[in-house]
Every structure is written in structure tokens, then in C-alpha cells.
Design a protein. Structure first.
Length: 95
């Protein structure tokens, strides 16, 4: 499991209410979100290539949805919000 960079410009974390998943988001050289399985302590998925910086992250209480928001620190730039279905095959454990 990777450790947060000491130079990270922004970092956020959250856990599902069911206690099965943990997400960590960072924005330094690249913006990414790491999703871990609590039971195994292993990376489940790394979501990279996100535009701008990650500014918030949340997991639904039942652990089925991951919400990530971000953007740029300029008033004229638009922000973004993405929802991922954590039960979909795209989120199968990466090993």
C-alpha cells in the first residue's frame, strides 16, 4: 500500500459506513484516488488521470458508491464530480 507524499498539495480520505472500503485521494504531481479493501489491506483500484486536483472524496454508507470531486483553483475553470459504482465489474480486485 502506497504512502501519501509529504509534498502532496491536497489529500482527503474516507471510509465506508459498512467498514469494508477506504479511499484516499491526493493531488501532487498527479491527481489520483486509491481504493483499499479494509479486510485485506490491499489496493482494490487506483483511479488516475483526473483533471486538476482532487478536492473531496466520499463513500456511500453502504459502500456501493464512490464520489470524487475536483477541478482547478481558478474561478473561470469548471469543477467536476464523478460517481463510481463500486459493485460493478470495473472495480474487481486488481490483486
Amino acid at each position: 500500500m502506497g504512502r501519501p507524499s509529504a509534498q502532496a498539495r491536497a489529500a482527503f480520505s474516507c471510509a465506508s459506513g459498512a467498514g469494508t472500503a477506504f479511499a484516499y485521494a491526493r493531488s501532487d504531481e498527479v491527481a489520483e484516488v486509491r481504493l483499499w479493501e479494509v479486510e485485506t489491506g490491499r489496493d482494490r483500484k487506483i483511479l488516475g488521470g483526473l483533471p486538476g486536483t482532487v478536492q473531496c472524496v466520499a463513500i456511500s454508507p453502504d459502500g456501493t458508491l464512490l464520489a470524487v470531486g475536483g477541478g482547478y483553483y481558478r474561478p473561470e475553470a469548471r469543477g467536476w464530480l464523478t460517481l463510481w459504482d463500486l459493485k460493478s465489474p470495473a472495480f474487481a480486485e486488481t490483486g
